[in-house]
Design a protein around this ligand. Structure first.
Ligand code: NAD
Ligand code: ZN
Length: 246
């Protein structure tokens, strides 16, 4: 449906919505200028970004990986939250909101969302796999690539979840719980192809919540949604949030 029809659809559900769980993916940041990795606009000189998201890559070609991650940090630092991020932040004024994101860019926090569950970690923290060193680091570009651990002199890594790695247990548990307890779940800008995050909407629905997708394109999750709003985060999300707050 078009975003303008969401108000009517919501009204017809005759449900009172108090608790809202939100799951976002790379699509919500696309209009801020951070390309998704799967879209046609995916960047990096024709190279596949996914190749840098493995623990093995960081060991085998750390310099190339860090040039990539530093580039992603520089791009992210140069962007600002868009109307979609902002709409979600205002939703906290009227509803109990739990926001889980697969993004690593920090834009939800910068828009004012509190308690963001970072399912795939963040670009803005680096840590060491050899010892337990971990630090917030917002510098762009980093002065030294690859960055080295002050504790053991090993190569640091961004605190992001790479392919084959487990999601942070606490964030995942809380996102799962929010899905079980919410009245409505918004699924925004995610292909649903990455598990286990892609399974979260199903949890919400099987516990009785309405699940609503906001995405300009069809996804692996579209068919199971109660409502599909075909629009971008910037165009559709403010309309959807306004309907929820009416
Ligand atoms: P993905 O495939 O889940 O996200 C892309 C989705 O966004 C698609 O369904 C697409 O239709 C949708 N989309 C595109 N433009 C949109 C818009 N303007 N509004 C709403 N939706 C839109 O994720 P991915 O790009 O394959 O990334 C995989 C993983 O890589 C992520 O989960 C994340 O960990 C990391 N990543 C992070 C960022 C970021 O932090 N901004 C960006 C790219 C990738
Ligand atoms: Zn170390």
């Amino acid at each position: 449906m078009h975003a303008d029809n969401f108000t009517n659809w919501l009204h017809n559900q005759r449900r009172s919505i108090h608790r809202i769980a939100v799951l976002t993916g790379a699509g919500i940041s696309a209009e801020s200028g951070i390309p998704t990795f799967r879209g046609e606009d995916r960047f990096w000189h024709g190279q596949e970004p996914a190749q840098f998201f493995t623990p093995e890559a960081l060991v085998t070609f750390p310099n190339e990986c860090w040039v990539f991650f530093d580039h992603l940090r520089v791009i992210s630092a140069g962007t600002v939250p868009n109307a979609g991020h902002q709409a979600l932040a205002t939703l906290q004024d009227t509803h109990q909101v739990t926001l889980a994101t697969q993004n690593i860019d920090g834009l939800h926090q910068r828009a004012g969302s509190s308690e963001v569950l970072e399912l795939h970690g963040t670009l803005w923290r680096v840590r060491c796999d050899n010892c337990d060193f971990s630090v917030e680091d917002n510098r762009t570009p980093l002065p030294e690539l690859p960055p080295l651990c002050p504790g053991c002199n090993g190569i640091l890594r961004p605190d992001v979840v790479m392919f084959t790695e487990a999601l942070p247990a606490d964030a995942l548990h809380r996102a799962w719980q929010a899905a079980e307890e919410c009245d409505l779940m918004l699924v925004i800008g995610t292909s649903g192809a990455v598990y286990p995050a892609g399974a979260i909407p199903d949890i919400a629905q099987s516990h009785g919540a309405l699940v609503v997708e906001v995405n300009p394109n069809r996804t692996a999750l579209s068919d199971e949604m109660d409502a599909v709003v075909r629009g971008t985060a910037v165009n559709a999300l403010p309309v959807v949030v306004q309907a929820l707050q009416a």
